[in-house]
Design a protein around this ligand. Sequence first.
Ligand code: HEM
Length: 525
Amino acid sequence: MATDDRGFAYYCYLGGSWIAIVLLVQLFIKTCTSFCTKIRHPPSPPALPIIGHLHLLSSRLPSSLKTLASQYGSLMLIRFGLTPIFVVSDAKTAKEILKIHDVDFASKYTLAFGLSRFDIYDGYTFFNAEYGTYWRFMKKLCMTKLFAGTQLDRFIHIREQETLKLLKSLVEKSREGKPCDLGEELSVFSSNIICRMAIGKRCMENPNLPREIRKVVGDIMKNAAKFSFNEVFGPLSRFDFLGKGKELVSATWKYDQLMEQLMKKYEEKVEMINGTGDEGEKDVMDILMETYKDTNSELKLTRRHIKKFFLEIFFAGVETTATAMQSAITELIQNPTVYTKLREEIHLNVGSDNRLVKESDVPNLPFLQAVVKETLRLSPIGTLRARQCNVDTKINGYDIKAGSRILINAYAIMRDSNSWDKPDEFMPERFLSAKSTDGVDNHPTLDFKGDQDFHYLPFGSGRRACVGASHGLVVTLSTIGMLVQCFDWELKDADKIDTKMTGYSGSRALPLACYPTTRFDPTRA
Ligand code: HEM
């Protein structure tokens, strides 16, 4: 027995010493390697084991990263649990990444790594694709065919019809004296437009289709959002502790079935068109199915590519535009003098009750444009923009190794007090006059594409800039014009207004419940 006890202690001692030696050797190798290769890392706050810097971050991630940047600089290294990420917080460094080294940083990654195990389309993404053949092929298709200016013009009747539907629903609420969830109304409106642009032919046959798609895509988004910061758990993020992975897979298979049925119908039609030469009006699915069937196409699209692409367009196109409109109305309700000034501009240029604001009025409404610009500055969509470095690079004198992950904090850049006068205040006038009341430089010449100095990035910049910017803008600008022309708005619970953006996308967590009062009823005009 005594011999056994001695044996156990001996083995414990041996094991402990072995672990200590391995750790010491690892530390030694790491120190020597970084000493010999002289890697220069950017500043980083003191980190804790395993959680890294998570204890320094709040659910308002862009704002807490902005606060850290004021202490650690415009390029800092932050550990999200076990994952190191370089965070960019000023215009000069953003210009390095998005312009000077654009190709080197043209790949993206997704923050939720655990998600890939539950993504039935893993590896087929366009939105988060690495910079390669597939992404280049699809980007070209988006810019030249799917979302080109000609398509935008062709879909004007869809936007007009859906706008009237939205306004009718709000006039109805006003008549009944009922509050409405304006965020939800705008989300349905935006989703109907995208569905009809994407798969308009099928929507005509089955008017419930946009609702079915919205439901199934909503379920996928809800479950996917649960994985947002899964990487905190490192390798454990693969495990589905809460069963959300299973729900995500099942919601995605439902979407897959729906899309498969749709694609079969489109395939029949492509064959018919080939036979008759009748081109008809092409929606986005028509163009993609033609590319899928084209044996001479420079890249062979698969059904999975197409299904994933549509899913990403529903993600990227619907809530972005709806959130931009909700943010603009939220700001206008909170700033009554701006609201009155905008209505005066509309009355002067369009009239108060003879006709509704049209898309073609927008160029003559500079204050409306300034309101939307200022909204997208204060409440940017996609507040944190992901990039992955393709080659070893130096930025601001620091080393960024190939494969490193970057987040560009658009929220911090567009509220930087070095570039913006009173950066946290809603002041659309800054986009109209050259000097502020304090004599500080304003930005009267900035358009929605931003500027050469990268202070203003509402739709991103460089190779990975938004492909739906023209659509998003035309819808946001004209709809805000109409909502201001037709209604007065009163908040249902003024204290419950959600002025803070949460999460990765910058969306708002609370509904925008308000009472519309009709000033001009467009359905009677
Ligand atoms: C007001 C509305 C919108 C805003 C503010 C917006 C903003 C953005 C931003 C900031 C990015 C990321 C740029 C970057 O990473 O640097 C982006 C990317 C993207 N957007 Fe939009 N967007 C809007 C509407 C739309 C619409 C309507 C669509 C589709 C019809 C769309 C499709 C996309 C796609 C596919 C990408 C990824 C492009 C790529 O990685 O190459 N967006 N958008």
